[in-house]
Design a protein around this ligand. Structure first.
Ligand code: PRP
Ligand code: ADE
Length: 174
């Protein structure tokens, strides 16, 4: 199945000049959703080391990280937007195309030496996944893979994340 045919593109959302890649059609049809998760599993099956857990950033990362963790029989740990997690957190700021944001994880969510696969729906500037990776590493976790459904190739994300060798199912220039 060609998943690229299923992604809906909305030019000018949320701002003029942005070509928004809407992944909701990948979720609403069960066959397409399953195929997407199957393709992600294949994409990560040749990592050098098998991950112990998947970490994914809120919220679109959850759509793919959770079913993939189920399928791989490993745990899932969320990285959340600020103020959502009830226990002690570690926090990481990151830059967006405009302004800054932050992401948080429970301080005890990833033990030292835990092998982590990071999953998200889309890599644009790479800021979200870099912050997620930095949080995992602050806790002593070891990143063994980083994958997304979509990668935008011409806006610097790959370069920013190159030490993690990010991989994606579908790519667009921007
Ligand atoms: O590579 P970047 O430039 O960081 O952009 C990619 C991130 O942006 C989107 O999340 P968003 O912050 O819009 O939140 P959402 O998942 O809750 O929609 C998307 O789901 C990625 O996580
Ligand atoms: N072009 C884009 N489409 C969908 N989500 C995004 N997040 C950041 N850039 C995006």
């Amino acid at each position: 199945m060609d998943l690229k045919e299923k992604v809906r593109i909305i030019d000018g959302f949320p701002f003029a000049g942005i070509s928004f890649k809407d992944i909701t059609p990948l979720l609403s049809d069960p066959d397409v959703y399953m195929e997407t998760v199957n393709q992600l599993e294949k994409l990560v099956q040749n990592l050098d080391e098998k991950p112990d857990i998947i970490v994914a950033p809120e919220s679109r990362g959850f759509f793919f990280g959770i079913p993939l963790a189920f399928k791989m029989g490993i745990g899932f740990v969320p990285a959340r937007k600020p103020g959502k997690l009830p226990c002690e957190v570690v926090s990481q700021e990151y830059t967006l195309e405009y302004g800054t944001n932050a992401i948080e994880m429970h301080k005890d969510a990833v033990g030292p030496g835990t092998k982590v696969l990071i999953i998200d729906d889309l890599i644009a500037t790479g800021g979200t996944l870099l912050a997620t990776a930095q949080l995992v590493e602050k806790m002593g976790g070891r990143i063994v893979g980083m994958a997304a459904v979509i990668e935008l190739t011409d806006i610097g994300g790959h370069e920013k994340l190159k030490k993690y060798n990010p991989i994606a199912l579908i790519s667009y220039p921007c």
